[in-house]
Design a protein around this ligand. Structure first.
Ligand code: UT7
Length: 325
């Protein structure tokens, strides 16, 4: 049976590191609060030229290099993002141009922090239908451009970066084993970002504060733990495997307390759970592919390993992908 198989991974992080100590100078917060409530110690913030599409293209270049492939072999580029430097065309089209991936069609997925899992699920389905297709799947964000730097509730949480993988047809068991995706638009107001103010006066709202992230953190936290635990259960059931069978879990990196609560519910030991939230904060759609590339390059994944990716974000959206390395 053909499955979407990861042929190479890559990541790209901006140079500049923003520490909790620096944030103490900007808003009424403390390193102690940020560290104990979120686990975040520092994050990367994009500087000149480090746009979302550039970070995405650089991560993709590294994934292509690992796969031993050229950009011209890519037939589809999917970018999970909510923070491209332009609203139209898609970030994927900018990546296609920067890489010279002339044969690829290209589009973005807006599933917030679930952008990568949604995109990987989609790539898997494309590849099953067309086994010759090679897909670049990317999660890339510069949420620093969408952050209200005077709002301590959100500005300490997010960071910038990109992660990518090349997906092609795999046989012999390696690849996406099962995936489950969900959304509940009834809860959109728990976590959202306004668009630019409307140029149509009939649609303009004076209460639009601008395109900043707004979040009811405590409610989102509650939903995150419950929904991710549920969807992991669904995907394990679908594949007929148990949590004990997992070699590695790569959860969305939003808050160390969410990750620990999820690991507790699944009964997973700490060494089976990838954590880098202390280094990069919440990079939204980029968090899982960045962690996946780190795990891959660190040799934490062996052929045959079962790897579980699970995410949660605005929408609300949530999902899990079970993958055999
Ligand atoms: O990636 C998409 C998914 N996003 C998430 O999963 C985020 C989920 N939510 C969270 O991670 C947590 O809810 C937060 C980290 C956002 C907040 O942590 P919390 O433990 O839920 O804190 P809280 O919102 O209940 O706030 C507790 C207190 C409040 O003060 P009072 O009202 O108790 O006096 C806040 O004003 O902490 C205060 N607070 C801060 N204090 C210092 C909020 N932000 C800060 C801050 N520094 N940066």
């Amino acid at each position: 049976m053909v499955r979407g198989m990861i042929l190479g991974t890559g990541r790209c992080l901006p140079q500049r590191v923003l520490t909790n100590a620096e944030l103490e100078q900007r808003v009424d917060t403390s390193d102690e609060w940020i560290t104990t409530r979120t686990g975040i110690r520092r994050r990367r913030i994009a500087g000149p030229g480090e746009t979302t599409s550039h970070l995405a293209a650089e991560a993709a270049r590294r994934a292509l290099e690992m796969a031993g492939m050229s950009a011209e072999e890519i037939g589809l580029i999917v970018v999970g993002t909510i923070s491209c430097e332009i609203a139209m065309p898609s970030c994927a089209c900018l990546v296609q141009r920067e890489l010279g991936a002339r044969r690829a069609f290209a589009f973005d997925i807006n599933a917030a922090c679930c952008g990568f899992t949604y995109s990987l699920d989609l790539a898997d389905r494309y590849v099953r239908a067309d086994p010759d297709l090679k897909v670049l799947v990317i999660g890339a964000e510069t949420l620093s451009s969408r952050t209200n730097w005077e709002d301590r509730n959100t500005c300490v949480l997010f960071g910038d970066g990109a992660g990518a993988c090349v997906v092609g047809a795999g046989e012999g068991g390696a690849g996406v084993v099962a995936s489950r995706l969900h959304a509940d638009g009834e809860l959109w107001q728990l976590l959202y970002m306004e668009a630019a103010p409307s140029m149509n006066p009939e649609l303009a709202r004076p209460d639009n504060p601008g395109p900043f992230i707004q979040m009811a953190g405590r409610d989102v936290f509650r939903h995150a733990v419950r929904s991710m635990a549920e969807v992991v259960g669904e995907v394990l059931d679908a594949a007929g495997v148990a949590a004990d069978d997992l070699a590695l879990v790569i959860p969305h990196q939003a808050n160390i307390r969410i990750i620990h609560a999820l690991a507790d519910r699944l009964g997973l030991p700490a060494d089976k759970v990838c954590v880098n939230v202390h280094e990069y904060g919440n990079t939204s759609a980029a968090s899982v592919p960045i962690a996946l590339d780190e795990a891959n390059r660190a040799g934490r994944l062996a052929p045959g390993d079962l790897v579980l990716l699970c995410t949660f974000g605005a929408g609300l959206t949530w999902g899990a992908v079970l993958y055999r390395w």
